[in-house]
Write a protein that binds this ligand. Sequence first.
Ligand SMILES: [Zn+2]
Ligand SMILES: [Zn+2]
Length: 71
Amino acid sequence: MPCQRCNGVIAPNDKFCGLCGAPQPPQPMVSELIEENPADDVLNTCPSCGAGVTDGQMYCTVCGKTTIGED
Ligand SMILES: [Zn+2]
Ligand SMILES: [Zn+2]
């Protein structure tokens, strides 16, 4: 489903847009949760919640915190 703010592609289980950080409404039709385990394509982790952040993501899709500009 597209982001309501920037129209970017958002995974069904993402709570926040990875491109603009906009919170997404819950998806009641998703019956099974997909666990995101760290994989080879995960380059960074969210500084706030520790979730895996893939290349190109500006915001954590779990908590919505920006993943850049923090040292
Ligand atoms: Zn967006
Ligand atoms: Zn996070």
